[in-house]
Design a protein around this ligand. Structure first.
Ligand SMILES: C[S@@+](CC[C@H](N)C(=O)[O-])C[C@H]1O[C@@H](n2cnc3c(N)ncnc32)[C@H](O)[C@@H]1O
Length: 220
């Protein structure tokens, strides 16, 4: 397990520094505001269905899952949330994270996301089921035409190029339903070109505070 350090980002929400990679889990401009902008406002809000299946690459701190769970409760949408993670965090770290407090969400919900067992489906609430899969992105072959949304939250391509390979992004494309959405904080031209080469319609859209652009792909 890499050495991890708790950090505080500019909006007051925590993040982690992977000291081996020297890479942060979130934008230093604000972890909470980045997650809300990239995954909720730029992707989740676009799916107008009563039941939504989401696949996340990188469960990490569980921040995206927490915010999506909260949206599920507010909108009464039924969310099936699957998340891949090669290195689950220990409770001594997750118990320090201030996301529930900063987002004004019940702290028990956040604790329940982390207490949920791995590699099985757990009903966190009537509106949110969670399957955390302890698995490398590169080894996962999801079923075709399964997900409405993909939250792609891997470490940046310069730190972890394999996560952004044509093979991984092809698996993303195949597992999305028609009109499904892939979204990431990343705006790199090379990633954009790989997304296009595997079939996505790709847009560069405004990024979260501190970042001009980010990428969103759609399965035609
Ligand atoms: C940028 S962090 C973001 C995680 C999470 N979404 C969050 O908000 O905390 C990337 C995550 O991907 C995980 N990861 C890195 N390489 C991986 C791999 N090959 N397969 C699966 N997970 C990986 C890391 O452990 C880390 O939790």
């Amino acid at each position: 397990m890499s050495e991890l350090r708790l950090t505080t980002t500019n909006d007051g929400s925590h993040s982690l520094l992977n000291a081996d990679l020297n890479e942060h889990y979130h934008s230093q401009h604000g972890a909470l505001q980045e997650s809300i902008h990239v995954f909720l406002r730029s992707a989740f809000d676009l799916v107008q269905k009563p039941s939504v299946s989401i696949l996340e690459y990188g469960f990490g701190t569980g921040l995206n899952a927490l915010l999506t769970l909260h949206e599920a409760e507010k909108t009464k949408k039924k969310i099936h949330y699957t998340s891949l993670e090669a290195s689950p965090l220990n409770a001594d770290i997750t118990e320090q994270l201030n996301y529930a407090e900063k987002a004004g969400i019940d702290a028990d919900l956040f604790a329940n996301l982390h207490r949920a067992g791995w590699n099985k489906v757990v009903e966190i609430s009537p509106f949110f089921s969670l399957e955390k899969r302890e698995q490398r992105f590169e080894d996962y072959s999801p079923e075709p035409n399964t997900y409405d949304l993909i939250y792609f939250d891997a470490f940046a391509p310069n730190y972890h190029p394999e996560a952004w390979s044509a093979d991984v992004l092809t698996a993303c494309y195949k597992t999305l339903k028609t009109k499904g959405i892939w979204v990431s904080y990343c705006a790199q031209g090379a990633v954009r070109r790989t997304l296009m080469s595997v079939g996505f319609d790709v847009e560069k859209i405004p990024g979260p505070p501190g970042k001009r652009e980010m990428l969103r792909g759609r399965k035609a």
